[in-house]
Design a protein around this ligand. Structure first.
Ligand code: GLP
Length: 259
């Protein structure tokens, strides 16, 4: 969906996530909600919180699952993704948060354990995703196998530089290693909702949505999934070749088509 502003994207992502969570709740039993860190989903999280306060949806039975985590930050570090997601999203919603244990003595085993936890708790009903400027999703950097499972990855220097802003602009403070859900793990979520805003994401969005399916653009794995909602503002959509058609589709969506 191509929308004019980041605020519009936040509203629509919240609509999509709440719709999928509510549908999953109707099935009874616990619901796994996949959450992403990064700045892209923040407006959606605000919107989800506001609607929750307004009583428009309930988080009953919902548990949050992280996409990824830094390796080596001590538990409780303010920039660990578990803390970030609690602060930005789940504390207010009252959700339990599960994620890889980046502070474990053996991160390789921690990744295996988290994959097993996801298999036991899943499938994730709806997974929120951002995309890196280099096309990464979660922390699956370019070159990641499209069949990958949760594992330890080494960040590119570009990603470390991009994320240095969260570490007082000190790139050396950004961990080199992470644990991330693999691309095949992410694909197992029932509904993927990717949000991207701003010109800096335009090339990655075009590669992910319209480029070849390739490990060189991990976001292109979305093309193999049967239920994906891509929500971008006009700036992030600026390199899409078929933008006009996507707008036409949205303008003529059938009421029964849903998300
Ligand atoms: C981070 C995260 C991703 C996120 C991406 C984009 O490093 N691991 O899950 O989608 O990079 O971040 P942002 O939304 O801040 O641009």
């Amino acid at each position: 969906m191509l929308l004019p502003t980041p605020e519009d994207c936040g509203r629509v992502v919240a609509d999509a996530v709440i719709a999928s969570v509510t549908a999953a709740q109707a099935g009874g039993g616990p619901v796994a909600l996949g959450l992403a860190t990064g700045s892209s989903p923040l407006l959606a999280y605000r919107e989800m919180q506001a609607r929750h306060r307004a009583g428009e949806w309930t988080a009953d039975g919902v548990r949050a699952f992280l996409l990824d985590e830094y390796v080596g930050l001590p538990a409780g570090h303010p920039e660990s993704y578990r803390e970030v997601i609690r602060r930005e999203c789940t504390d207010e919603l009252g959700l339990e948060v599960h994620g890889p244990d980046g502070s474990a003595a053996d991160p390789v085993q921690a990744a295996v354990d988290y994959e097993a936890q996801l298999q036991a708790a899943g499938p994730v009903a709806v997974q929120v995703l951002g995309i890196g400027g280099n096309g990464h999703v979660g922390f699956n950097e370019p070159g990641s196998s499209l069949a990958s499972r949760t594992r330890v990855k080494t960040l590119t220097e570009r990603t470390r530089l991009d994320n240095a802003r969260f570490f007082g602009d000190d790139v050396e403070a950004v961990p080199r290693h992470v644990i991330t859900q693999g691309l095949a793990t992410i694909r197992e979520a029932r509904h993927l909702v990717l949000v991207a805003t701003g010109e800096a994401k335009a090339a990655a969005v075009a590669d992910a949505v319209e480029g070849p399916v390739s490990a060189s653009c991990p976001g292109s794995v979305l093309q193999l999934h049967p239920h994906v909602t891509v929500v971008v503002d006009d700036a992030a959509a600026s390199r899409l070749a078929r933008a006009e058609y996507y707008r036409y589709v949205l303008a003529h969506k059938l009421a029964t088509q849903g998300w």
